[in-house]
Design a protein around this ligand. Structure first.
Ligand code: FAD
Ligand code: EPU
Length: 337
């Protein structure tokens, strides 16, 4: 059984029945149709294999980037197996601006629409024109427009109605020539005379300071999503903690006339006493408690135990149930906590 250790940035010891790369749709379909249980993988930076997986892992290696422009936009068609950060860097080098706030996010271009990757005030859906997919059961190729993708915070149709039903083969981006810089997020606001290049370098610098490098300590970025809760929940917490950080969520994002706020999960976990805590070789990261790391040789059961303990403790203290952002894999497929 081949090892999945180097296929997932969390780096747990887990095997699977077989691993196959594919770089075009016909080879993908022939692999997909000849295996009963499969897991589609990009860069493995959001997938944690907690035990041996009894199926085949199909790794997307569809490559290629093409560009054209008109008066108003740069249009890019990008193979799902391209590396996300390399693509962002290529855009910057060619002065196709907009994606610079999303520098250094690990993983593949094909996974970027799935959880609508976001960082430093930008979510990728702002720049996605269409997503090219293949329907797994029929092999039919089709195109989803941005509005069809139901993008939200760390969410899209690919995590809901189309979960496990499609392969993303290409993502088509549309970058406005008259683009505006996004500098409202924390440390970016301090940039003097910001440019796309200075934002790109600052984002890289901040990320390298705050987030553990998977090459040193295995991790999958934020383990949990930041919870979005009604104002009444914030009011309750504020009775005890008057400095609870929060961000008002625009009503269009929650499709409700009630007011909702996002409370940083890092703060909830920090206040619950987990920052820097370890369970065997699993650690809640000391400078960013939203990230769990593998100190070396961590076991899947310990990752699950620590994550479950965090969920239960935060719930007892704040009546908020944290939801994992990562994809946790068990022996037969995705598992939930
Ligand atoms: P994988 O883990 O390979 O796959 C993720 C999911 O998508 C799986 O369910 C898989 O089955 C599915 N999938 C992958 N490719 C396809 C495809 N072509 N078609 C259909 N399904 C597919 N995320 C953020 O949003 N913002 C951040 O700032 C951020 N920072 C991070 C920092 C670190 C250090 C790490 C390790 C992760 C971070 N992440 C962040 C999470 C991660 O980088 C993203 O979720 C990324 O998009 C995952 O890409 P991947 O190719 O590695 O996905
Ligand atoms: N905080 C604490 N204690 C800490 C650290 C942070 O209380 O030790 C609180 C602070 O109030 C801080 C807040 O948490 O202001 C937010 O922290 P940070 O700015 O680091 O961002 P985050 O909300 O924890 C989110 C994304 C990251 C993304 C950054 C930057 C989610 C789940 N995570 O983290 O995405 O890079 O913002 O935009 O939305 C990922 O998805 O994997 C990921 C890393």
């Amino acid at each position: 059984m081949p090892s999945l250790k180097r296929y997932s940035t969390f780096g747990l010891d887990a095997d699977c029945a077989s691993i196959h790369g594919f770089s075009d749709i016909p080879s993908f379909l022939s692999l997909y149709n000849s295996h009963e249980t499969v897991y589609l993988l990009g860069g493995g930076s959001n997938s944690i294999f907690t035990e041996d997986f009894q199926g085949a892992v199909l790794v997307n290696e569809i490559k290629g980037i093409s560009h054209f422009d008109d008066e108003s936009y740069h249009y890019l068609r990008v193979g799902a197996g391209e590396n996300w950060h390399d693509f962002v860097t290529l855009c910057l080098e060619n002065q196709w601006y907009g994606l610079e706030n999303l520098a250094l996010i690990p993983g593949s271009v094909g996974a970027s629409p799935i959880q609508n990757i976001g960082a430093y005030g930008i979510e990728v859906n702002a720049f996605i024109d269409t997503v090219e997919i293949v329907v797994l059961d029929t092999g039919e190729k089709t195109l989803l427009k941005n509005n069809d993708c139901a993008f939200g915070y760390r969410d899209s149709i690919f995590k809901n109605a189309l979960a496990n039903k499609v392969l993303i083969t290409h993502v088509n981006f549309k970058l406005p020539k008259a683009h505006t810089l996004a500098t409202s997020y924390g440390e970016l606001a301090a940039l003097e005379k910001p440019t796309p290049e200075s934002i790109y370098h600052k984002v890289i610098e901040i990320r390298q300071q705050k987030l553990p490098d998977p090459a040193t300590f295995g991790n999958a970025g934020s383990f949990f999503k930041n919870p979005v809760v009604p104002m009444s929940v914030l009011a309750n917490i504020s009775k005890q903690y008057d400095t609870v950080p929060h961000f008002v969520v625009p009503s269009s994002d929650v499709q409700s006339s009630d007011e909702f706020v996002k409370i940083p999960a890092a703060w909830l976990i920090d206040q619950s006493g987990f920052k820097g805590a370890t369970l065997n070789q699993v650690r809640c990261h000391p400078t960013q408690p939203l990230v769990l790391t593998n100190l070396g040789g961590a076991k899947g059961k310990d990752v699950i135990a620590m994550a479950s303990d965090i969920i239960a403790t935060v719930y007892d203290k704040f009546a908020i149930k944290l939801e994992p952002e990562v994809r946790l894999m068990g022996s037969k497929g995705l598992i939930s906590l």
